[in-house]
Write a protein that binds this ligand. Structure first.
Ligand code: BES
Ligand code: ZN
Length: 457
């Protein structure tokens, strides 16, 4: 009965919820850009004010960088406890000219909400808040105790939440962690995610001459950092698409036959890949299907490359510097620290003579693997099936959520990854959006999850 009232409330108040979400999305909480520091704080306050209004004991916690928002409902010992995690910070918005509207002026159009952070992650985490609201505003008892921890450093690799989690295990104690920061399998198919990739991210900096040189006067006399960075990048992978860093594959957990069959049954075709990416076709490590590479094989990719002149027309120089940003996405059993050390050694060993080479490890994250037969996962599947009115599937993700490994280690509880985004939501890219239907179904799913996990999990 109360479930019907909760779902009816969510339907009735959806328009207001979307407008409030737009207010949150208007705050440009770009965590990696110093000039947005105050905006990041305003986005934290927005979430904190709302949680406080719902009657949760709420605090903004300083950790040295961008603050954490922490909130909890009254904790009754006879109820299960869910800890909801999300992030209120967003990625930078360049290149700005490719947006159809300014990224912090949300646009509701064609059943979508366009804005930076709409899908990653404000729109998704907001579903959990609105699920709580549907109970609280109708004076219905929450079927579970809830705790919220919403961070502002997920996108910039900050460590505040890690330190806080490690030092506050009692406070964060719960029966399960729930996170909505991933995706459905596709528009018709909701999904519980059971594996995230880890990450090891580097910047390779090369210095040659003290300043750009005339390429006629000095070309051929000194090493060119632009050429040198290309030599390095060209040796990161072989012709079969395999990473050449020694030992890179040593710890990779191979897929078993059942998992390969489950991936194959999802029927991810080349045409779907073309549609989702706009790329001419699939490409990658030989011997694996697209989904296997996307979800269960480690990768090594240039994320940025710069050297010399990129403007209009010709400018004849030997550039003074070159930079490559390179990420390795890691899969279960690979250890970021070991991979990082191996990468550093390898790049130094292949750096051509005549340049100074600095290899800087910007951030690392652990890969994640979650048991699929835990009762919590079944509860997640039931909530999704009812919330989205469609049969959910298990998926993995190629993306990373650095804190998940820390939660597993410090809290020793299962983690449920219930994504409400789509892989075509343009996260980290111009024109990020969230489907309004997925927001609505997400709110329902979160509300239903309280009931589904109230019984012993
Ligand atoms: N929401 C994403 C993680 C994600 C990406 C899940 C794609 C599913 C599909 C998250 O906010 C994110 O972008 N994480 C970063 C972490 C990094 C900065 C350490 C990532 O994966 O690049
Ligand atoms: Zn995210």
């Amino acid at each position: 009965m109360s479930t019907n009232r909760v779902l009816a409330y969510l339907a009735e108040h959806q328009q207001r919820h979307l407008e409030q979400l737009c207010d949150w999305l208007r705050i440009p909480s770009i965590s990696s850009v110093a000039e947005h520091r105050d905006d990041v704080r305003r986005a934290a306050s927005f979430a904190a004010d709302e949680l406080r209004d719902l009657g949760l004991a709420t605090e903004i916690i300083e950790t040295g960088g961008h603050p954490l928002v922490y909130a909890e409902s009254e904790q009754r010992p006879d109820r299960k406890t869910l800890l909801f995690y999300g992030h209120y910070d967003v990625q930078p918005v360049v290149p700005l000219d490719l947006w159809q509207q300014p990224p912090f002026e949300p646009l509701l159009r064609d059943g979508r909400i366009y804005a930076r952070g709409a899908s990653d992650d404000k729109g998704q985490v907001y579903c959990h808040l609105k699920a709580v609201e549907a109970y609280v505003r109708q004076n219905l008892p929450l079927p579970v105790n809830v705790k919220f921890i919403i961070e502002g450093e997920e996108e910039c690799g900050g460590h505040g939440i890690e330190r806080f989690t490690d030092a506050n295990r009692k406070r964060l104690a719960c029966d399960a962690v729930v996170i909505s920061d991933t995706t459905l399998y596709n528009a018709e198919t909701p999904a519980v995610c059971y594996s995230l990739k880890g990450l090891s991210y580097f910047e390779i900096r090369l210095r040659g001459p003290a300043a750009d040189l005339h390429s006629g006067s000095f070309g051929g006399t000194v090493q060119n950092p632009g050429n040198a960075i290309c030599e390095i990048v060209a040796q990161l992978k072989d012709g079969d698409g395999r990473c050449r860093v020694p030992g890179f594959y040593d710890d990779v957990l191979d897929l078993d036959a059942a998992e390969r069959a489950a991936f194959a049954a999802l029927n991810y075709t080349d045409d779907v890949l073309r549609e989702e990416t706009g790329a001419p076709g699939p490409f990658g490590e030989r011997g694996y299907t697209t989904l296997e590479r996307m979800w269960a094989r480690p990768t090594c990719d240039v994320n940025g490359l710069s050297s010399g002149y990129g403007g209009e027309g010709a400018k004849t120089i030997i550039p003074a510097t070159a930079v490559a940003k390179v990420s390795m996405r890691l899969v279960p059993k690979q250890r970021p620290a070991a991979i990082a050390a191996a990468f550093q050694r390898y790049v130094e060993s292949i750096c051509p003579p005549g340049v100074q080479c600095e290899v800087v490890n910007l951030h690392n994250a652990d890969p994640v693997l979650i048991e699929r037969d835990a009762p919590l996962m079944q509860a997640g599947l039931r909530a999704l099936a009812a919330g989205f009115e469609a049969q959910p599937v298990f998926v993995r993700e190629g993306g990373s959520i650095p804190i998940v490994g820390t939660f597993q280690r410090c809290l020793q509880v299962p983690v449920l990854l219930l994504g409400y985004g789509l892989s075509t939501d343009n996260i980290h890219s111009p024109n990020e959006k969230l489907e309004i239907r997925n927001f609505a179904c997400g709110c329902r799913t979160s509300a239903l999850l309280f009931k589904e996990t109230a019984a012993p999990v």
